[in-house]
Design a protein around this ligand. Structure first.
Ligand SMILES: [Zn+2]
Length: 313
């Protein structure tokens, strides 16, 4: 009753970032392979899991089946290929992966520069007054998680150039290089496609579009389209807004840019499920933070409009 088929069918779109091959105490929000496997097992039994582009076509046509659900991944992490893909294939599921085209091939997400720096800070007082965080003492996991959150909050909405500069200065506080193998390569992205998955664009360098001027924002959108077209041999038609909160991380101006760049659909992290009347360039998504797969399904089936949106996108 909560999910009829046909013209009134709602579409639930899930958003993942990573599936961890090894547990990581500094990434407590990301599912392990076993947790993701359990989620996919129960979702494939409970929902009709469709590729996002197919589901959106059927949503527009009014032919979406009941309990329709799509699985999406943002950013382009290597574990998407190495850990998530085999699990998706085992369950016969097709997911869509939104790739930040300038961060593959050895790049690093801002969030990971912060996490990997804080992971390497020695257990002692650290002077972060230069970024307005005073003197901080890090030691156990809990204190490091708090510091990661505080730094991300501080830098996330800085103008993009300043954000990059701040991350560089932060990374220079620890000895040695931070990892440059967290993201896929071009060949990995192509392998995902060959594995039956769908690929979409997620800007080139993952800036928050609302923090760029119009020309920069347009360039980020268009470049991700062109780089992925080169990699894949076909032009991507789906786009995901970095961070994705409507009115905060992107505006109507950016929706228009995405349309003008030729994308036929785009996903946000707006609250709720999509319906036939939804704007196909602002399809809402849901972050499945429930670790217990049965609870996740109960939440998706029973309370489709009570979804909380996770902070990290
Ligand atoms: Zn992202």
């Amino acid at each position: 009753m909560t999910s009829p088929g046909g013209a009134n069918a709602p579409l639930t779109v899930l958003l993942y970032h990573r599936v961890l091959g090894e547990p990581d105490s500094l990434s407590p929000g990301e599912p392990s392979a076993a947790q993701f496997d359990a989620q996919m097992a129960i979702l494939s039994r409970t929902f009709r899991v469709l590729p996002l582009d197919d589901a959106l076509s059927r949503l527009a046509d009014g032919t979406l089946p009941s309990r329709a659900l799509c699985v999406t991944f943002d950013d382009g992490y290597l574990d998407n290929l190495e850990v998530a893909l085999p699990i998706l294939r085992r369950h016969g599921l097709v997911a869509t992966f939104f790739i930040a085209s300038g961060l593959i091939n050895g790049g690093r997400m801002m969030h990971d520069t912060v996490t990997e720096t804080v992971r390497r800070l020695p257990t002692q007082a650290v002077d972060l007054a230069w970024m307005g965080l005073g003197i901080r003492t890090v030691g156990d996991v809990a204190s490091r998680l708090v510091l990661i959150d505080d730094i991300v909050r501080k830098v996330k909405y800085l103008p993009f150039a300043e954000r990059s500069e701040t991350c560089g200065r932060l990374a220079a506080m620890v000895d040695g290089d931070l990892p440059n193998n967290l993201m896929m390569t071009s060949e990995d992205v192509h392998a995902l496609k060959r594995g039956g998955m769908r690929i979409g664009a997620h800007t080139h360098e993952h800036p928050i579009l609302s923090k760029l001027d119009a020309a920069e924002a347009r360039a980020q959108i268009v470049k991700s389209r062109d780089v992925l077209a080169d990699i894949l041999g076909s032009v991507p038609t789906m786009f995901a807004y970095p961070n994705g909160k409507p009115g905060l991380d992107y505006t109507a101006e950016h929706v228009e840019m995405v349309k003008q760049a030729g994308f036929t659909s785009a996903v946000s992290v707006a609250f709720g499920t999509a319906t036939r009347d939804s704007d196909h360039h602002q399809i809402p998504r849901f972050c499945p933070w429930d670790r217990d797969p049965k609870r996740l399904v109960m939440r998706l089936v029973g309370h489709p409009l009570r979804h909380k949106v996770a902070a990290r996108v």
